[in-house]
Design a protein around this ligand. Structure first.
Ligand SMILES: Nc1ncnc2c1ncn2[C@@H]1O[C@H](COP(=O)(O)OP(=O)(O)OP(=O)(O)O)[C@@H](O)[C@H]1O
Length: 610
């Protein structure tokens, strides 16, 4: 139950991928240059401070020149203030770069999500997508901005320190830097190990989040299946694994720090020993010795930082791979260039060019399958005239929703065509088509906000009077008026504060407001009680008049007055006609109707006698 899969990632640095990522940083070129310049300044000041100390010791302290020392202190203070300003600037620039890049990448990923077809969402769990848009984007933007800080500063520091040390005394410099290769090896080794364990912790953490999610949203099902103990065992297994990896990471960290400390102390010790000898022999001054010791101490920090950044780059690369793959995912349903030119895109529709849709629909030799193995529709043909009311009936899995999914172009036929008003429907843009279809689902989704906002959704110009009128039409006003804030009542996330039947009514009103030529009601009144359904049925008949409509309903009483009832079995039409024709036929529909009629009569009888 808790097996959210996390992709393992490429361990080598992928230059092509980073080049693509760099394209995203192009708009921030000036900010990146400013940040790099500031980091060079920070490194420059850091590197000259020991030289200043050396100067003060040799010229003022050893020479006992108090006046000179006073003047020097003021210069030193000014330099420290400049460094303070540099530090403020780099934190500001890096923070700004991180935030702006994250916003831009997130925006691109979200836009690409808006344009993707429904099949993409079927293959990707919500949690996976949210993790990409949040933690991966954060990781990537943070490594780019703070990586620049560490790299520029680290390289500049190491380079300058080595040059200064060699210039001060090359013999002493070579002796001191003897520990450098060992330090580099140790740093890279430990950072890799620590990062590996942290990566495991993160993977397990995303599983734990998934388990929390399932535990909460599936609480009712867990209780009815009495699997609470199994859930707990699985959860404990995950937390134990996470604890193990966290402890390992802590052990590596606790070994790494003393190792670096010992090595840098060895370097400092060597500088002290050899430098002390050189001072005694008069080869170097006291000031030079002090500067050398400072440089040895200072040198090891950038080495450690660089090792950390290199190791982190690998995991940031994994985040980058996932985000770029999300941004670059091509929608399976795309409008042709010609269609886009004429009718615009999903995000920029050219509504002024949109023709009026009347609602004549034809499925011609349509073949369809969701996966390669299973054919859902095979040579499916259906002709619907504008204004006709079509009911789709059939057992579970017979293909009813598939037909309306195809009509909405959430999916496209594998073979064959669908015509709307005599034109193959791929010649219309997706937004043009969707604007002409009102879709009311069995479990409709409402957006957080008020009832009024939800009815108006997608049709922002609707007036309050139009909203009320739509609600009146579907008899929703009755329950809305009973709510404390009426039309201004908040519906909660996904409409959770309303019952399913109430959500259906709101979604019905929402569909009416957009005045579509084609209506699809997919079990749209299944959660409304029978009396209410009868009332709404009359309204539906009024609303659907002169519009083409497809009604999927298991309760056959609701589709008795359809112009055509299509009975489906395994993706094929086995019967079609109006209610009376199908009853006369005494076939599948007749049996189905008799069964429902009998069951309802029996249940009514039971109610009366009890
Ligand atoms: N997203 C999907 N991916 C793969 N197969 C699917 C998908 N949606 C539906 N199917 C399969 O396609 C077939 C037809 O499903 P469809 O949802 O159209 O049936 P239906 O008649 O609407 O059923 P119901 O009355 O239960 O809603 C079924 O075998 C179903 O398993």
């Amino acid at each position: 139950m808790l097996n959210n899969k996390e992709k393992s990632f490429n361990k080598n640095i992928d230059i092509k991928l980073w080049k693509e990522i760099m394209l995203y940083s192009l708009p921030y070129k000036k900010l990146i240059i400013a940040l790099s310049v500031v980091m060079l300044l920070v490194a420059g000041v850091d590197a000259i401070l020991p030289l200043l100390t050396r100067y003060a010791i040799d010229n003022y302290i050893v020479a006992e020149d108090l006046n000179g020392l006073y003047g020097f202190s003021i210069i030193y203070l000014v330099i420290i203030i400049i460094q303070g300003i540099n530090i403020f600037a780099f934190i500001y620039f890096a923070g700004k770069l991180e935030t702006e890049m994250a916003a831009s990448i997130r925006e691109k990923a979200f836009t690409s999500l808006q344009e993707l077809s429904l099949s993409f969402y079927n293959q990707r769990p919500v949690g996976w997508l949210i993790a990409r848009l949040t933690s991966d984007v954060h990781k990537l933007s943070s490594i780019i901005s703070w990586g620049i800080v560490d790299f520029v500063w680290g390289f500049a520091m190491m380079f300058t320190i080595v040059i200064i040390m060699l210039r001060l005394n090359y013999r002493l410099a070579l002796i001191t830097l003897v520990v450098l290769p060992v330090l580099l090896i140790i740093s890279f080794y430990f950072q890799k190990k620590i990062l590996h364990e942290f990566r495991l912790v993160r993977k397990i953490n995303s599983k734990i989040t998934g388990a929390f999610n399932e535990g909460i949203s599936g609480a009712k099902t867990s209780k009815t299946l009495v699997i609470e103990d199994r859930n707990c065992d699985e959860f404990t297994g995950l937390t134990n694994k996470m604890a193990k990896s966290s402890i390992k990471a802590a052990i590596y960290s606790s070994l790494f720090l003393p190792a670096v400390l010992v090595l840098s102390s060895v370097g400092t010790g060597l500088a002290l020993w050899q430098g002390g000898n050189a001072v005694i022999q008069g080869a170097i001054t006291y000031g030079t010795l002090v500067a050398f010791i400072s440089y040895t101490v200072q040198f090891f920090e950038p080495v450690r930082e660089m090792a950390r950044v290199f190791a982190e780059l690998q995991s940031a690369q994994a985040a980058a791979e996932r985000i770029i793959s999300l941004i670059n995912t091509e929608s399976e349903i795309v409008d042709s260039k010609l269609v886009i030119e004429k009718y615009g895109t999903i995000l920029k529709p050219k509504k002024e060019n949109w023709p009026e849709i009347k609602g004549n629909i034809e499925f011609r030799n349509v073949e369809f399958k969701y996966t390669d193995n299973e054919e859902v529709l095979n040579n499916f043909n259906l002709n619907v005239s504008a204004g006709q009311k079509i009911a789709l009936v059939g057992e579970t899995g017979s293909g009813k929703s598939t037909i309306v999914n195809l009509l909405c172009r959430f999916y496209e036929p594998v073979d064959g065509e669908i015509y709307i008003d005599g034109k193959e429907y791929r010649n219309f843009s997706q937004s043009l088509l969707h604007s002409n279809i009102g879709y009311v689902l069995q479990d409709p989704h409402l957006f957080s906000g008020t009832i009024k906002e939800n009815i108006r959704y997608g049709f922002e110009n609707a007036t309050d009077a139009e909203i009320k009128n739509a609600a009146d039409l579907v008899q929703a006003t009755r329950f809305i008026n009973k709510l404390p804030d009426g039309f201004d009542t908040e519906v909660g996330e996904g409409g959770d504060l309303l019952s399913t039947g109430e959500k259906q009514l709101i979604s019905f009103a929402r569909a009416i407001i957009s005045n579509p030529a084609i209506f699809i009601l997919d079990e749209a009144t299944s959660s409304i009680d029978t009396e209410m359904e009868l009332i709404i049925q009359k309204t539906i008949n009024k609303v659907l008049k002169n519009r083409t409509s497809f009604i999927i309903a298991h309760r056959l009483s609701t589709i008795k007055n359809a112009d055509k009832i299509i009975v489906l079995k395994d993706g094929k039409i086995i019967e079609s006609g109006n209610h009376y024709q199908l009853i006369d036929r005494k076939g599948y529909y007749y049996d189905l109707y008799q069964n429902q009629f009998y069951n309802r009569r029996e249940s009514r009888k039971t109610r009366i006698t009890s």
